[in-house]
Write a protein that binds this ligand. Sequence first.
Ligand code: ZN
Length: 240
Amino acid sequence: MTKISVPIICLECNPDGSSVGNSALSSVLLDLRPDGEGRYRSECSRGHQQIVALRQQKFEILFELAAYAIRDGHYRQSVSSCTASLEAFHEFFLRAMAYENGIKKERFDAAWKLLGISPQNRQEAYLLNYRNFCARPPVLLSPQQNDWKDSVMQKGKMPSREECVTFGQAVLHVLQTAMRDARDAFPNGVKQAMQEHAAAAEQAASRSEAPWSIRTIVNLAMEGDEHSHATLEAELARMS
Ligand SMILES: [Zn+2]
């Protein structure tokens, strides 16, 4: 299940907003699997469907999907979502760096394409720039963690829940420290990348509804408060 309950009132059930706060009102589920355009589908308990956009970045949603996959016992899925989250973060990091240096979106998009679809190339560009621009070296997955990931993703190893939580926690730690370092190194670039994403989400949303903002474990907007020290196990307990 990739559907989460969101504290949002269905506009079709309650067009004039008069029932806000009425707990008997239909509940709304949001499906976290995006379509290709970064839009998501929501459905209220009476069946009203809607296409919505989220303020959250792709890497934030992918990590959330990894956590739900662990909760639901889809362990291999959690490893691939964690990996996809890291890869999506690499793009965000390099984009924020480019914007910090006055490079426009179109030019970055073209440069990003040059790296091709190889995650290896993208990661090398990320690591090189991290080392050049951030105050400390990046936190990395250990060689053992990478080997373990490859054996799950490529050799069909069936991971246990415990292994997936350990791996997910390592990925969470990588993301939490890297978000902090990116904010320090590229304060304006990070802001610009977040605003650009929110504006694109606004355009992708159906009708005039503003993009939704949901609480995610990895959360750029909440980075800096106690939330940024969340552990995966504690968040899984909250989700169950
Ligand atoms: Zn409804």
